[in-house]
Ligand binder design. Sequence first.
Ligand code: T4K
Length: 423
Amino acid sequence: MTGGMIEDGATAGLAGSTELAILGGPKAFAERLHVGRPNIGDRSMLMQRMAGILDRRCLTNDGPLVREFEQAVGEFVDVRHCVATANGTLALQIAIRAAGLEGEAIVSPLTFVATAHALRWQGITPVFCDVDPRTHNLDPARVEDLITERTSGIVGVHLWGRPCAIDELTALAERRGLALLFDAAHAFGCSHRGRMIGGHGNAEVLSFHATKFVNSFEGGAIVTDDGDLAERARLMRNHGFAGYDDVRSVGTNAKMSEASAAMGLTSLEARDDFYAANRDNYEAYRAGLEGVGGIELIAYEEAELCSRHYVVIEVDESAALSRDELRRVLWAENVLARRYFFPGCHRMEPYRSAFAEAGRELPEAERLTDRLLALPTGTAVGPATVAVVSDLIRRAMADGRRLRRQLQTTAPLDGDLAARGGS
Ligand code: T4K
């Protein structure tokens, strides 16, 4: 690649400069390139919807756009019930309560901490189970080993949008009389054996956070075919109110606002553009990283519908640079690659103190939290940017020894030293 600025929309990059920034060269990107820049749909449609909200003076509390959004999401993922919420974390908390979880629930440690917190927030102990290193998701054989008389349920996470071992977990949950929930925050718009994620287990939970494939600024949803569970969730979402003065259960305020639903609908309508942009970026990364020693791009099933919203590489321990060293090289170039998910939930409080031995019992998760690095994608970047990022990774790995020496003389990034504690 020859030197010079290239552009593909919102970002521009300096391709093939002579020296990497960590060695004193210019930064490849003048502006920071983030993981998680929101996908934005049709602005005029959004503004039209916002004007309608103001005209109607109906801002929240189960308004018409929320109902329309629930209908659209339910149809898209092919479930009978969708209960939209203010965010994915509240949706998790409500699904957990509506499914009757108590005591202990088995969950993956390799997830955003919200999955574990949603349990713990309600006095339920998350029991962390190791993952399958090929899928990064719960290993069903190990789940069975962790079931005790206190276990009430399993919470699987479809990490990166790659489905859990749904069939095995479903059979196990049925056999052992456990509730089965899926945190599908990463998996909206993905399918498993031709069926959309959303319709499995007792319920699945979606996130429409700004950083997600489809966003509603902030938002989430519980999707299920179980009418009773949906009814309980709907009540809990609004303090248990069934009518003006009729409170039937404990509840909270987890209602989605009309403004969020407006963004959610607009974003959902643009999903084909988002799929296409992510596919182009993913393919550009695949081409750009081909043959780079010690780097493996996570793979997605070609036969399934998949958002490819996460571009994640695994950096092998034997590679010329470690994951953290590579991250420092990229940050110096203004490429803010993220360590999703580091450290594992079991190394965050309050879990780290409560389960001091957890680290030793989760060897695969431990290994992965040291290897995974998420790279920028989505509609805010394009293949030309991806080519520059890939080229930086290729050059960094090719010059690993020299870079490693240089890194020993430069300050670590914030959090490199602090994040990992415990055993
Ligand atoms: N389960 C799983 C498996 C999840 O991944 C999540 C959320 C949940 C449950 C809970 O769902 P929600 O309650 O969030 O609906 C981010 C998100 O805040 C979080 O929603 C998400 N997972 C997680 C994977 O990523 P951080 O701490 O990395 O966020 P932050 O602020 O560093 O944002 C990431 C980058 O995105 C920023 O560097 C810049 C960019 N960004 C972000 C926002 C919010 C923008 O460009 N514009 C924006 O508006 O957690």
